[in-house]
Every structure is written in C-alpha cells, then in structure tokens.
Design a binder for this molecule. Structure first.
Ligand SMILES: [Zn+2]
Ligand SMILES: [Zn+2]
Length: 294
C-alpha cells in the first residue's frame, strides 16, 4: 500500500481514535478512509476496524460512514475463492436461503390460511346439507370446483357480514321519522324538541370490531342450523331448514340491533352537559378528603 504512510503530508499525522502520532508507533498501518482534512484525516487501520466493529454491532454487512464527513467507508474482504470451493458454495447457498425464506414463509402462511378456508367450507357444506348429503355432493363435484368453491364460502360469509344493512335501514328510518309516529313514541325527546345530530361512529375502525365481524361471519352457519332446528323442525330438507333458520336469525338480530342502535343514538342526541358546582361533584369531595388525611 503506497498510501498507508505518505511522506509528502505537511501536517503531522495523528489517529483520530487513539490520538497517537507516527512517532508513537512506527509500525502501525495508516488509512485515510474519507474526505476529511486536518485532524480527522488519518486513522490507524486497527483503530478504525475496532470503531467499525462497534458501529456494526455484529452485523458484518452493515454500512458504516465517517461521523464527520459522512463518507461511506469502503470495506473489502479477501476473495471467497481462496478458501476453497466448499466455503464458496456454502456462501452462495447462504445468500439464496436468506433471500428466499421470507417468500417461503409467506407462501406457507397463505397456504395454511387457504387450507383452513377449504376445511371450513367443507364442514359448512356438511353442516348445512347434512353429513351424508354434504359428503355426497362434494364427492360428485369437480375437484377443481371444490378447491375454488369451498374457500369462497368463508369469504362470502365475511363479506356478507360486512354489509351493514341495519345501518342503512336506520338511516332511512331517521330520515322519514317525521312521517312515522312510532319512532317518536319509542324514543321521545326528553330535553329538547330540537335534539342534536350525534357524530357518526366509524365502522370497523378498531381491530376488535374486525375480529367481531370474522367471528360473527364464521359462526353464522352453526347458528343457522340451530335456529332452523328450533323454529323450522317440520321442514324436511336440511338445506331449506338451515336457510330459513339463517334468515330468521339475521332478521331477529337485525331488528334487535336496530332498536339498540337507535336507543344509543337517542342517548347521544339527548346528552346534556351540566353546570360545574364545587361541592356537588363526587370527584372533588374524594380528593379533598384524601388531602385532609395526609
Ligand atoms: Zn489509533
Ligand atoms: Zn471523514
């Protein structure tokens, strides 16, 4: 290396890590790894190696730059070939595995979700049609049709659950409530005739309501089967009975939900903010008593 100990440098050479000069250690290898001039131009090869190790924190491929001028250090390694073909091939294999693993893991995740959906679809078909008939239908069906059709069952249930038809009916109802005396009979305005319009609640805004949609959608066939058996026991066809049960359940739940939501809406619309009075609020009395006991 011709540049490791240049004689034409007018300034006194000193290492910016250990502050030693050329006279302190005549054997040490020097390097000027960046654009810096003056006191931070020169550094011992070994001092900079230590400093790079510290910055990389064990990640030997991490890029390190000069803290002063931000020039990225050029770090080169001895050629892999000189360690023999085994090391060379293993290095290539290591890089390939490192790059492909995220994709393989992602694929396995998607695959397992897919097969869960297929299984769920098959269970649902047997539940709705009855065990024997369900198996018969699936055996007679085209395998390709099953592989596409079965996983769409949970997808359709979830999409169906996301249709908020109750909200739509409620909005229509509120719009025309003046013409319907029933709404004023069920939820009379207590405080003022001109009650405010509450802020809209955002649907599916938090993960809890998303899991609620998921659970509600996936349990629907089970509930439909139970309701069908309870309410339409006389219907012979499994499919018709479950379908009727499902429709009945959705209708009953919808009506209850509309009633609940309208009640909540009414509470929001008629809320009142009270005057502040020192001795009436319970919070103040608690804090004053705790202050007194100290
Ligand atoms: Zn040094
Ligand atoms: Zn620099």
């Amino acid at each position: 290396m011709t540049q490791s100990r240049p004689r034409d440098d007018s300034e006194r050479q000193s290492c910016w890590v250990c502050f030693a000069t050329e006279e302190d250690d005549t054997e040490a290898a020097w390097v000027r790894p960046c654009r810096c001039r003056g006191t931070t131009k020169w550094v011992h090869q070994s001092c900079l190696q230590r400093w790079v190790d510290e910055k990389q924190k064990g990640n030997s491929t991490a890029k390190v730059a000069c803290p002063q001028c931000n020039t990225e250090y050029i770090i080169i390694f001895p050629k892999l070939g000189q360690y023999g073909p085994v090391v060379y091939l293993m290095d290539i294999a290591d890089k390939i595995i490192y790059k492909t693993c995220p994709f393989v893991a992602g694929g396995m995740f998607i695959g397992s979700v897919y097969w869960t959906a297929v299984t769920y679809g098959a269970v649902t078909v047997m539940q709705v049609l009855g065990h024997k008939e369900g198996l018969n239908v699936m055996e007679r069906a085209d395998p390709l049709f099953l592989l596409i059709g079965l996983p769409t069952i949970p997808v359709m249930l979830i999409l169906g659950k996301m249709v908020r038809w109750e909200d739509y009916i409620l909005r229509l109802w509120r719009k025309h409530s003046a013409k319907l005396p029933l709404i004023n009979y069920l939820w009379p305005d207590e405080y003022s005739r001109s009650s405010r319009v509450p802020a809209e609640t955002v649907p599916l805004s938090d993960p809890i309501s998303a899991t609620r949609v998921l659970c509600g959608a996936l349990i629907l066939p089970t509930i439909a089967t139970i309701v069908g058996k309870l309410m339409f026991g006389s219907v012979q066809s499994n499919f018709q009975r479950t379908l009727l049960g499902g429709i009945a359940f959705i209708a009953i739940k919808g009506v209850l939900k509309i009633y609940y939501k309208q009640s909540q809406y009414h509470r929001q619309a008629n809320r009142v903010i009270l005057d502040y009075e020192e001795d009436r609020t319970p919070a103040t009395s608690i804090s004053s008593s705790s202050v007194g006991s100290q």
